[in-house]
Ligand binder design. Structure first.
Ligand SMILES: *Cc1c(COP(=O)(O)O)cnc(C)c1O
Length: 410
């Protein structure tokens, strides 16, 4: 309903639509946001919001963008540009920032995997790109090799191109599986510890056989250095999520690496339509938002941020451990993924007779609602907490509510 008050509010948002565009873009973000109509859309829809004490989960909508990133997205929404031109120019800046030869903004790490592989398969030939995913009889290569220990669900991204994924269990098996149908070798950085062939050897083997190699590093910042570590190691293509630690748009990602493959990957991307990548669209808003999120991520004081997380974890840990029967431990997971201070809380079921499922339900149903993560190894009497997706101050709420829930006071 348009009341007079809302109308005035809406009018103050008009600069965003044209006319006084210059004025809107110089407004500090908070004022620009204040000028926007104040509708509580989630409340209107009855959608629950919550404190995210779990981490960067797609099901929980990933991460929150910084005001500067939101301002860039709002800025991008106000003008038309050519999609290829913004990808070219933002890509150049991104490449420079992370010391890569070339860079493309994709709709996530998953699509970076699919699209990077299309570039390998098609080369700079649009007609070949249009053949995917039906490779049989085309003369295009048909196989990608990876280690069985790296078989994560996201490896499905490779299959979307039509290739067959060959899984190997040893270095010997890897070298034996390479044949004239092999298009690429694929490595999952988070699983480095599990596979027999480690990250440095893997790229050497690929290059010894004149094959390109791709690495999935989706959730692998921090540390920030990972943004250039693997291109510098020689990986031809490196895939990151935009909406995890970098806190860019959740539907964005980065494909970094060799110009030769990434330019070819662009042939399978919008605006080109007769391709398997047409549905993996990112528009100017995500491209610019991704670039700006990366800029701010690189500028951030990572040491200070780490200390902030440790302090928050410590506060929650002490509150939980003050309940008899509850044990806490702060760890930094050894895997490359989600390499951040993580609190593991577990309890003696006799002293604290509540399952993790029931505890999570309690936290979820309270006000404000709180989401935490599962404990590792299917422990029914434990949970995990990270604070990197929380707004500063929320750790106090989580600490108090957790203590209350573990003490059966709620
Ligand atoms: C999250 C993740 C992906 C998918 O990333 P999106 O950016 O959500 O597409 C792929 N691989 C790994 C290892 C991941 O953790």
């Amino acid at each position: 309903m348009i009341t007079r008050r809302n109308l005035i509010k809406n009018l103050s948002a008009v600069p965003l639509l044209g006319g006084l565009a210059g004025t809107a873009s110089i407004l500090p973000f908070t004022e620009a946001a204040a000028a926007a109509p104040a509708r509580d859309y989630f409340a209107e829809l009855g959608v629950r919001t919550f404190i995210n004490a779990a981490g960067t989960y797609t099901a929980m909508t990933g991460s929150l963008m910084l005001p500067e990133v939101l301002a860039a997205i709002q800025y991008a929404a106000k003008d038309f540009v050519m999609l290829d031109e913004i990808q070219d120019k933002a890509g150049q800046r991104i490449a420079k920032l992370v010391r890569s030869e070339y860079a493309v903004v994709t709709s996530g790490a998953f699509s970076a995997i699919t699209l990077g592989l299309t570039g390998v398969l098609s080369g700079m030939d649009e007609k070949k790109a249009a053949l995917l995913p039906h490779l049989a009889g085309t003369g295009l290569k048909t196989e990608v090799i990876m280690q069985k220990a790296h078989d994560i669900p996201y490896a499905h991204a490779l299959k979307n191109t039509g290739v067959k994924v060959i899984q190997v269990e040893s270095r010997e098996g890897l070298e034996k599986s390479i044949n004239d149908q092999t298009a690429m070798l694929f490595f999952v950085n988070a699983n480095n510890a599990e596979g027999p062939v480690k990250v440095e050897d893997f790229i050497k083997i690929a290059h010894a056989h004149n094959l390109p190699a791709m690495i999935d590093c989706a959730a692998d910042v921090p540390p920030v250095e990972n943004l250039w570590r693997f291109t510098e190691m020689g990986y031809d293509m490196v895939c990151f999520s935009g909406g995890k630690g970098i806190r860019g748009p959740q539907s964005a990602g980065l494909l970094l690496g060799k110009e030769k493959y990434l330019k070819a990957a662009r042939l399978s991307m919008p605006p080109r339509g007769n391709t398997i990548g047409r549905g993996m669209k990112v528009n100017k808003e995500e491209v610019l938002g991704m670039m700006v999120a990366l800029e701010y991520y690189l500028q951030r004081d990572h040491v200070k941020e780490w200390k902030l997380w440790e302090g928050q974890i410590d506060l929650i840990s002490k509150a939980a451990a003050s309940v008899p029967g509850v044990k806490t431990e702060t760890v930094v997971p050894e895997t490359a993924a989600n390499h951040i201070p993580t609190l593991r809380i577990s309890w003696d079921a006799e002293k604290v007779p509540v399952t993790a499922t029931a505890l999570r339900e309690k936290l979820r149903n309270g006000s404000p609602s709180i989401e935490v993560a599962d404990a590792p190894h299917g422990n029914k009497y434990g949970i995990s907490i990270t604070t990197w997706m929380m707004a500063p101050g929320q750790e106090k709420i989580v600490a108090a509510r957790l203590k209350e829930a573990l003490s059966h006071l709620s």
